[in-house]
Design a protein around this ligand. Structure first.
Ligand SMILES: Cc1cc2nc3c(=O)[nH]c(=O)nc-3n(C[C@H](O)[C@H](O)[C@H](O)COP(=O)(O)OP(=O)(O)OC[C@H]3O[C@@H](n4cnc5c(N)ncnc54)[C@H](O)[C@@H]3O)c2cc1C
Length: 572
């Protein structure tokens, strides 16, 4: 039964509501509160306070019951989340368990989620690249999806804005396909990563290895110290939560900043069931929330609502927000809500060895993960039989190991004198997938979750374009590795299900035309103008770059617009 006590309506009324406290919601909260709006942040998961709630952050390997591994019974019970590389004993408390939050897989889809204050910002790998006009122009130029209603110039100042605050390490590499930014010093490539960079330069005109750009404080500025964050200590234990605030998360950065304004109310354990639409007023008036523990329903009201629950969750909420004006989901006049979902194709990997440069070794850890190869296929002309292209990670390492054979004195001597391996090199692909109507999410007709909300039905798959891209990546990387003199080259197509890339996007796409898109150029629902969507759901296409930096920039830009519209009286 909804809590509709009139006296408390005032107490439940805010200037703005933000749904979700992860990467994009954290940014929306920071911007709204800094601009003076009393803002309610609704988060379905539990509170996770920076530092206080990072229980494993300083644990030694021997302090874990299973030395960091996930026990078999958990792997068997939670098969989807167990496939994520970061779901390990030290961080598994930050992941959603499949068994607790079921969904319907019309096609196999590994949906990896983090339901807590901070969302997946605690878990992400922090790779942060800007998009270029090759990405924003892409759908129009290559004839798929709909045209983006924005171009790089619209977002460039907002990329700078969020980079400066979040702290992104990287070099200005002067590449049109990967615009430069406002960076902290880059983590340098090691000798073999740099060697491969030189080899690509010598053998190809347009293939580059750059230092991966990463949301780490390699050298903090005052604005980072003001957030209470300090220099990254290169521990590479990031998914436990960083006690130094060395990497960007909502918990270490945007949420405490918003809290300090005095304008934020953060309510954990608040599952947003739907957005409330007022037919007479012709706008959304608030949201309906179910208490995650008591299951009691409450309504909260605001002039403006930001939906930042993560791409598919945002689709879920909007699909579940029905009214006689919007029987198929809020703002869904076009019928495209839930459709044109896309993701990144991470299926292929390649590894090899290198016996040169043995006078060098890797020393210490690189939180940025090594090198990044920006997209080089179909950049300026169509040159393959598939659309778009892929970026790739590239890293090289040497490992110190002991010869563990033998017994007694010999074994002891061997263990005390470990020796370096040769170089092991590896790469993985990050391919753009094409948004298609047949890749969609919808509400299950018969299955509900523990809060009485219809489960999300996911029907997303690969297509022929993706298959061709996997083949091309393997061929091209094999050629590049061969030219670099790498040996023992082994390529692998994991055939992993979509979702494991954790870059799902779309369903509430931006576009010029309300007949074919949900959001305008300011991430505002065409048909319900006081609702904004600035997480991955808004993405018209996916590019090859990791997406979260773009969500941050879109969120900050949309808040700026929303607040100026509010001041003009256009949203009330
Ligand atoms: C292991 C891993 C590595 C990754 N690496 C990278 C990377 O290198 N670079 C990159 O760009 N991205 C990376 N990502 C993806 C990145 O984490 C996401 O793109 C990003 O967190 C999305 O931000 P968001 O705000 O949309 O969602 P989230 O950060 O997931 O936050 C959404 C929040 O909304 C809450 N929520 C959901 N439903 C409701 C509801 N009904 N009511 C109330 N609250 C709700 C959730 O609990 C959550 O806290 C990675 C993710 C993982 C897990």
């Amino acid at each position: 039964m909804a809590n509709l006590n009139i006296d408390s309506v005032k107490q439940r009324t805010y200037d703005a509501i933000v749904i979700g406290s992860g990467i994009s919601g954290g940014w929306a909260a920071k911007e709204l509160t800094e601009k003076g709006l009393k803002t309610l942040v609704l988060e379905r998961g539990r509170e996770v306070k920076h530092n206080r709630d990072y229980p494993t952050t300083n644990m030694m390997p021997y302090e874990f019951d299973h030395r960091g591994e996930v026990p078999l019974e958990i792997r068997e019970k939670e098969p989807v989340v167990s496939r994520c590389y970061a779901f390990r004993e030290d961080a598994m408390h930050f992941f959603v368990k499949d068994s607790e939050h079921p969904y319907v897989q019309e096609k196999p889809f590994d949906w990896i989620r983090g339901y807590q204050v901070g969302g997946k910002s605690l878990l992400w790998a922090r790779q942060t690249q800007r998009w270029s006009d090759l990405d924003f122009d892409g759908p129009a130029r290559d004839g798929f999806a709909v045209d983006w209603p924005i171009r790089y110039k619209d977002l460039a100042p907002w990329y700078s804005y969020v980079e400066k605050f979040a702290g992104i390490s990287g070099n200005n590499d002067g590449l049109a396909e990967l615009p430069d930014g406002d960076f902290l010093p880059a983590y340098p490539l090691n000798s073999v990563e740099d060697y491969f960079k030189q080899k690509l330069k010598a053998n190809y005109g347009n293939r580059h290895v750059i230092s991966a750009r990463c949301a780490h404080l390699s050298k903090p500025n005052q604005v980072h110290l003001d957030q209470g964050r300090g220099q990254c200590q290169n521990r590479t234990l990031c998914q436990r939560g960083c006690p130094f605030g060395g990497y960007f998360s909502s918990n270490s950065s945007t949420l405490p900043w918003a809290e300090r304004t005095g304008n934020m109310t953060l309510l954990p354990f608040s599952v947003v069931e739907s957005v409330i639409y007022d037919e007479k007023a012709g706008k959304a008036t608030g949201v309906r929330v179910i208490d995650a523990n008591t299951k009691e329903a409450t309504e909260y009201y605001a002039k403006v609502i930001f939906v930042n629950a993560a791409a598919l969750n945002t689709n879920h909420i909007l699909l579940n927000s029905t009214s006689s004006r919007f029987p198929n989901g809020l703002g869904n006049d076009s019928g495209v809500l839930g459709k044109y979902v896309a993701f990144h194709n991470y299926r292929a990997r390649i590894s090899a060895e290198y016996d040169g440069l043995l006078e060098y070794a890797t020393d210490g850890r690189n939180p940025a993960g090594g090198g990044y190869i920006p997209r080089f296929r179909n950049l300026h002309k169509q040159e393959t039989d598939f659309l778009r292209g892929y970026a790739a990670g590239f890293s090289a390492n040497r490992y110190k190991g002991e010869d563990r054979s033998g017994f007694g004195e010999d074994l002891k001597r061997q263990l005390l004198n470990p020796s370096w391996s040769n170089w092991k090199v590896g790469s993985h692909m990050m391919g753009e997938t094409i948004p298609k109507e047949e890749n969609y999410v919808s509400l299950s007709a018969d299955k509900k979750d523990a809060w009485g909300i219809p489960q999300l039905n996911i029907s997303v798959g690969y297509d022929d374009n993706d298959e061709k891209m996997v083949k091309d990546y393997i061929e091209q990387m094999t050629e590049m590795f061969t030219k670099a003199g790498f040996t023992n080259i082994r390529a692998n197509d994991s055939k992993q299900a979509p979702g494991l890339d954790i870059h799902e996007m779309g369903g509430v796409r931006m576009g010029h035309d309300p007949k074919t898109s949900m959001l305008n150029k300011y991430n505002q629902l065409h048909a319900c103008q006081n609702v904004f969507v600035t997480d991955g759901a808004c993405m018209t296409s996916t590019s090859t770059q990791n997406p979260s930096l773009t969500y941050m920039a879109l969120a900050a830009r949309a808040v700026d617009y929303a607040v100026s519209e509010l001041k003009k009286g256009n949203l009330s």
